[in-house]
Write a protein that binds this ligand. Structure first.
Ligand SMILES: [Zn+2]
Length: 311
Protein backbone atom coordinates (compact mmCIF):
# COMPACT_ATOMS: atom_id res chain seq x y z
CA UNK A 1 0.00 0.00 0.00
CA UNK A 2 1.32 3.43 -0.86
CA UNK A 3 0.08 6.63 0.64
CA UNK A 4 1.44 10.15 0.43
CA UNK A 5 1.00 12.81 3.07
CA UNK A 6 2.79 15.74 4.66
CA UNK A 7 4.79 14.82 7.76
CA UNK A 8 7.61 16.42 9.72
CA UNK A 9 11.07 15.03 9.05
CA UNK A 10 12.66 14.05 12.37
CA UNK A 11 16.07 15.34 11.42
CA UNK A 12 15.57 18.64 9.58
CA UNK A 13 12.20 19.37 11.22
CA UNK A 14 10.58 20.49 7.99
CA UNK A 15 7.12 19.37 7.03
CA UNK A 16 7.67 17.52 3.85
CA UNK A 17 6.13 15.11 1.46
CA UNK A 18 6.27 11.56 2.78
CA UNK A 19 5.44 8.40 0.88
CA UNK A 20 4.82 5.19 2.78
CA UNK A 21 5.48 1.86 1.11
CA UNK A 22 5.21 -1.33 3.18
CA UNK A 23 6.21 0.14 6.57
CA UNK A 24 9.01 2.18 5.00
CA UNK A 25 8.66 5.94 4.95
CA UNK A 26 10.26 7.87 2.08
CA UNK A 27 11.08 11.49 2.83
CA UNK A 28 12.02 14.22 0.42
CA UNK A 29 13.05 17.18 2.56
CA UNK A 30 15.96 19.47 3.34
CA UNK A 31 17.98 16.41 4.36
CA UNK A 32 18.59 15.69 0.68
CA UNK A 33 18.54 19.36 -0.27
CA UNK A 34 14.96 18.86 -1.50
CA UNK A 35 16.32 16.85 -4.43
CA UNK A 36 16.04 13.20 -3.51
CA UNK A 37 14.79 10.77 -0.90
CA UNK A 38 15.92 8.96 2.18
CA UNK A 39 13.98 6.14 3.82
CA UNK A 40 13.26 5.22 7.41
CA UNK A 41 11.44 2.26 8.97
CA UNK A 42 8.04 3.19 10.35
CA UNK A 43 8.79 1.81 13.84
CA UNK A 44 12.03 3.79 14.00
CA UNK A 45 10.11 6.93 13.00
CA UNK A 46 7.37 6.32 15.57
CA UNK A 47 9.77 5.54 18.45
CA UNK A 48 12.31 8.27 17.67
CA UNK A 49 13.58 10.11 20.72
CA UNK A 50 14.78 13.55 19.67
CA UNK A 51 16.56 14.12 22.99
CA UNK A 52 18.74 11.11 22.40
CA UNK A 53 19.87 11.76 18.84
CA UNK A 54 21.16 15.08 17.48
CA UNK A 55 18.93 15.29 14.39
CA UNK A 56 21.14 17.84 12.62
CA UNK A 57 24.03 15.33 12.53
CA UNK A 58 21.79 12.69 10.97
CA UNK A 59 20.50 15.27 8.49
CA UNK A 60 24.11 16.18 7.63
CA UNK A 61 24.95 12.52 7.12
CA UNK A 62 21.94 11.94 4.84
CA UNK A 63 22.93 15.02 2.82
CA UNK A 64 26.58 14.09 2.43
CA UNK A 65 25.71 10.53 1.43
CA UNK A 66 23.11 11.88 -1.02
CA UNK A 67 25.61 14.29 -2.57
CA UNK A 68 27.95 11.32 -3.00
CA UNK A 69 25.22 9.35 -4.76
CA UNK A 70 24.10 7.11 -1.88
CA UNK A 71 20.54 6.84 -0.64
CA UNK A 72 20.40 6.42 3.13
CA UNK A 73 18.06 4.03 4.88
CA UNK A 74 17.54 4.45 8.61
CA UNK A 75 16.27 1.86 11.05
CA UNK A 76 16.51 1.41 14.79
CA UNK A 77 19.59 -0.80 14.32
CA UNK A 78 21.75 1.57 12.30
CA UNK A 79 20.80 4.95 13.75
CA UNK A 80 23.43 4.69 16.51
CA UNK A 81 26.03 3.61 13.97
CA UNK A 82 25.32 6.60 11.78
CA UNK A 83 26.21 8.87 14.66
CA UNK A 84 29.57 7.10 14.88
CA UNK A 85 30.25 7.44 11.16
CA UNK A 86 33.69 8.85 10.33
CA UNK A 87 31.91 11.30 8.01
CA UNK A 88 30.54 13.25 10.97
CA UNK A 89 32.78 16.27 11.57
CA UNK A 90 34.58 16.54 14.89
CA UNK A 91 36.02 19.97 14.43
CA UNK A 92 35.24 23.25 12.71
CA UNK A 93 38.08 22.47 10.26
CA UNK A 94 36.11 19.41 9.04
CA UNK A 95 33.04 21.57 8.42
CA UNK A 96 35.02 24.13 6.44
CA UNK A 97 36.46 21.36 4.29
CA UNK A 98 33.03 19.89 3.61
CA UNK A 99 31.76 23.26 2.46
CA UNK A 100 34.76 23.85 0.20
CA UNK A 101 34.41 20.43 -1.38
CA UNK A 102 30.70 20.98 -2.01
CA UNK A 103 31.32 24.36 -3.66
CA UNK A 104 34.15 22.93 -5.72
CA UNK A 105 32.08 19.99 -6.96
CA UNK A 106 29.19 22.24 -7.89
CA UNK A 107 31.21 24.88 -9.72
CA UNK A 108 30.64 24.06 -13.37
CA UNK A 109 32.38 27.04 -14.93
CA UNK A 110 35.17 29.01 -13.24
CA UNK A 111 33.78 32.37 -12.25
CA UNK A 112 30.16 31.28 -12.27
CA UNK A 113 28.24 31.06 -9.00
CA UNK A 114 26.98 28.10 -7.01
CA UNK A 115 23.59 28.80 -5.48
CA UNK A 116 23.32 28.04 -1.76
CA UNK A 117 20.23 28.51 0.36
CA UNK A 118 20.34 29.38 4.03
CA UNK A 119 18.47 26.12 4.58
CA UNK A 120 21.49 24.22 3.19
CA UNK A 121 23.14 24.29 6.61
CA UNK A 122 23.17 20.48 6.78
CA UNK A 123 26.03 20.63 4.24
CA UNK A 124 28.17 21.53 7.25
CA UNK A 125 26.25 19.34 9.75
CA UNK A 126 25.18 22.57 11.45
CA UNK A 127 22.21 22.95 13.78
CA UNK A 128 21.20 26.26 12.23
CA UNK A 129 21.84 28.64 9.34
CA UNK A 130 23.98 31.05 11.38
CA UNK A 131 26.79 28.54 11.40
CA UNK A 132 26.75 28.06 7.63
CA UNK A 133 26.77 31.80 7.05
CA UNK A 134 29.68 32.30 9.48
CA UNK A 135 31.65 29.64 7.61
CA UNK A 136 30.89 31.33 4.29
CA UNK A 137 32.28 34.61 5.69
CA UNK A 138 35.36 32.72 6.82
CA UNK A 139 35.94 31.29 3.32
CA UNK A 140 35.57 34.77 1.90
CA UNK A 141 38.12 36.18 4.36
CA UNK A 142 40.52 33.39 3.41
CA UNK A 143 40.20 34.34 -0.26
CA UNK A 144 38.54 31.06 -1.28
CA UNK A 145 35.28 32.64 -2.40
CA UNK A 146 34.19 36.05 -3.59
CA UNK A 147 31.76 38.16 -1.65
CA UNK A 148 28.45 36.35 -1.69
CA UNK A 149 25.36 38.19 -2.81
CA UNK A 150 21.75 37.45 -2.25
CA UNK A 151 20.18 36.80 -5.63
CA UNK A 152 17.22 39.03 -4.98
CA UNK A 153 16.24 41.28 -2.17
CA UNK A 154 14.68 39.20 0.58
CA UNK A 155 15.69 35.92 -1.03
CA UNK A 156 17.60 33.34 1.00
CA UNK A 157 19.54 32.22 -2.08
CA UNK A 158 23.22 33.09 -2.03
CA UNK A 159 25.35 33.14 -5.15
CA UNK A 160 28.85 32.02 -4.30
CA UNK A 161 31.73 32.28 -6.72
CA UNK A 162 34.89 30.34 -5.96
CA UNK A 163 38.21 32.00 -6.61
CA UNK A 164 40.91 29.97 -8.40
CA UNK A 165 42.62 29.54 -5.00
CA UNK A 166 39.36 28.15 -3.60
CA UNK A 167 38.96 25.77 -6.53
CA UNK A 168 42.49 24.50 -6.07
CA UNK A 169 41.93 23.94 -2.40
CA UNK A 170 38.60 22.18 -3.10
CA UNK A 171 40.24 19.92 -5.66
CA UNK A 172 42.98 18.88 -3.26
CA UNK A 173 40.55 18.24 -0.43
CA UNK A 174 38.26 16.18 -2.63
CA UNK A 175 41.11 13.95 -3.73
CA UNK A 176 42.24 13.50 -0.16
CA UNK A 177 38.69 12.87 1.06
CA UNK A 178 37.89 10.34 -1.64
CA UNK A 179 40.82 8.25 -0.61
CA UNK A 180 40.40 8.83 3.05
CA UNK A 181 37.50 6.95 4.51
CA UNK A 182 35.55 4.71 2.14
CA UNK A 183 35.79 0.94 2.25
CA UNK A 184 34.07 -1.03 -0.51
CA UNK A 185 32.43 -4.33 0.43
CA UNK A 186 32.27 -6.85 -2.42
CA UNK A 187 29.89 -9.65 -1.49
CA UNK A 188 26.87 -11.75 -2.44
CA UNK A 189 23.62 -9.78 -2.58
CA UNK A 190 21.75 -12.53 -0.76
CA UNK A 191 19.37 -10.44 1.38
CA UNK A 192 19.93 -12.49 4.57
CA UNK A 193 23.71 -12.36 4.33
CA UNK A 194 23.70 -8.67 3.40
CA UNK A 195 21.52 -7.78 6.37
CA UNK A 196 23.73 -9.74 8.78
CA UNK A 197 26.74 -7.89 7.43
CA UNK A 198 25.02 -4.55 7.91
CA UNK A 199 24.08 -5.43 11.48
CA UNK A 200 27.35 -7.02 12.62
CA UNK A 201 30.19 -6.15 10.24
CA UNK A 202 29.50 -2.53 9.32
CA UNK A 203 29.69 -1.29 12.94
CA UNK A 204 33.10 -2.99 13.40
CA UNK A 205 34.40 -1.33 10.20
CA UNK A 206 33.16 2.08 11.36
CA UNK A 207 35.10 1.58 14.59
CA UNK A 208 38.28 1.74 12.51
CA UNK A 209 37.38 5.10 10.96
CA UNK A 210 36.07 3.85 7.60
CA UNK A 211 32.61 4.09 6.06
CA UNK A 212 31.51 0.79 4.50
CA UNK A 213 29.82 0.97 1.08
CA UNK A 214 28.06 -1.77 -0.87
CA UNK A 215 26.42 -1.18 -4.21
CA UNK A 216 23.01 -2.07 -2.83
CA UNK A 217 22.99 1.15 -0.80
CA UNK A 218 24.18 3.15 -3.75
CA UNK A 219 21.32 5.00 -5.34
CA UNK A 220 22.06 5.19 -9.02
CA UNK A 221 20.72 5.30 -12.52
CA UNK A 222 24.06 4.46 -14.04
CA UNK A 223 25.09 1.13 -15.37
CA UNK A 224 25.73 -0.97 -12.24
CA UNK A 225 29.18 -2.11 -13.37
CA UNK A 226 30.26 1.51 -13.98
CA UNK A 227 28.97 2.37 -10.56
CA UNK A 228 30.88 -0.47 -8.88
CA UNK A 229 34.08 0.60 -10.61
CA UNK A 230 33.52 4.18 -9.56
CA UNK A 231 32.99 3.18 -5.93
CA UNK A 232 36.05 0.91 -5.87
CA UNK A 233 38.20 3.69 -7.35
CA UNK A 234 37.01 5.97 -4.55
CA UNK A 235 37.79 3.49 -1.80
CA UNK A 236 40.88 3.16 0.34
CA UNK A 237 40.60 -0.62 0.45
CA UNK A 238 38.20 -3.45 -0.36
CA UNK A 239 36.78 -6.29 1.69
CA UNK A 240 35.84 -9.21 -0.57
CA UNK A 241 33.68 -11.93 0.92
CA UNK A 242 33.52 -15.06 -1.24
CA UNK A 243 30.67 -16.79 0.59
CA UNK A 244 28.20 -18.02 -2.14
CA UNK A 245 30.99 -17.81 -4.75
CA UNK A 246 29.65 -14.89 -6.77
CA UNK A 247 31.54 -14.12 -9.97
CA UNK A 248 31.11 -10.40 -9.35
CA UNK A 249 33.14 -10.63 -6.14
CA UNK A 250 36.08 -12.22 -8.00
CA UNK A 251 35.88 -9.47 -10.60
CA UNK A 252 35.71 -6.67 -8.03
CA UNK A 253 38.58 -8.08 -5.95
CA UNK A 254 40.73 -8.45 -9.08
CA UNK A 255 39.89 -4.94 -10.24
CA UNK A 256 40.82 -3.48 -6.84
CA UNK A 257 44.08 -5.44 -6.80
CA UNK A 258 44.86 -4.09 -10.25
CA UNK A 259 44.45 -0.56 -8.92
CA UNK A 260 46.94 -1.37 -6.18
CA UNK A 261 44.34 -1.35 -3.41
CA UNK A 262 44.60 -3.56 -0.38
CA UNK A 263 42.01 -6.37 -0.53
CA UNK A 264 40.97 -8.31 2.56
CA UNK A 265 39.72 -11.75 1.53
CA UNK A 266 37.06 -13.45 3.64
CA UNK A 267 34.86 -16.52 3.27
CA UNK A 268 32.53 -18.52 5.46
CA UNK A 269 34.08 -21.82 6.60
CA UNK A 270 31.60 -24.03 4.70
CA UNK A 271 32.54 -22.35 1.41
CA UNK A 272 36.35 -22.21 1.49
CA UNK A 273 36.58 -25.52 -0.36
CA UNK A 274 34.60 -24.01 -3.24
CA UNK A 275 36.87 -21.01 -3.70
CA UNK A 276 38.53 -20.84 -7.09
CA UNK A 277 41.87 -22.65 -7.26
CA UNK A 278 43.76 -19.49 -8.26
CA UNK A 279 42.63 -17.53 -5.23
CA UNK A 280 42.33 -20.31 -2.65
CA UNK A 281 45.92 -19.77 -1.51
CA UNK A 282 45.19 -16.13 -0.64
CA UNK A 283 45.20 -15.45 3.06
CA UNK A 284 41.44 -15.58 3.67
CA UNK A 285 39.82 -14.79 6.97
CA UNK A 286 37.78 -17.98 7.29
CA UNK A 287 34.81 -17.29 9.55
CA UNK A 288 32.07 -19.22 11.31
CA UNK A 289 29.95 -16.44 12.78
CA UNK A 290 29.59 -12.82 11.71
CA UNK A 291 30.43 -11.70 15.25
CA UNK A 292 33.78 -13.46 14.94
CA UNK A 293 34.32 -12.07 11.43
CA UNK A 294 33.57 -8.55 12.65
CA UNK A 295 36.24 -8.73 15.34
CA UNK A 296 38.85 -10.27 13.08
CA UNK A 297 38.15 -7.74 10.33
CA UNK A 298 38.47 -4.86 12.75
CA UNK A 299 41.83 -6.19 13.96
CA UNK A 300 43.04 -6.83 10.40
CA UNK A 301 42.08 -3.31 9.27
CA UNK A 302 43.82 -1.75 12.26
CA UNK A 303 46.94 -3.81 11.55
CA UNK A 304 47.17 -3.41 7.77
CA UNK A 305 45.39 -0.28 6.53
CA UNK A 306 47.37 2.95 6.92
CA UNK A 307 45.38 5.60 8.72
CA UNK A 308 43.05 3.13 10.47
CA UNK A 309 42.45 4.07 14.08
CA UNK A 310 39.98 3.03 16.74
CA UNK A 311 37.26 5.66 16.95
ZN1 LIG B 1 14.75 16.02 6.64
Amino acid sequence: MTNTENRPCLFCNTISQMREVEETLHFSCLCTGGKGWYTIDRDCYDDYDARRYPGHLISGYIREMYENGHQVHIDSENIEQILRSPLIPNHVRDKIEKLLVYLYRNTEVIGEPVILKESDFNLTYSPKATELITLIYYLRDQGFIEEEVHSELGSTDMEIIMTPAGLEQGHELLNRQKKSNQCFIAMSFDPGLLQTFKDHIFPRIRETGFEPITVDIVHHNDNIVDRIIYEIKNSRFVIADFTHQKHGVYYEAGFAKGLGLEVIWTVREDDIGNCHFDTRQMNHIVWRTVEELGERLRDRILATIPGARLT
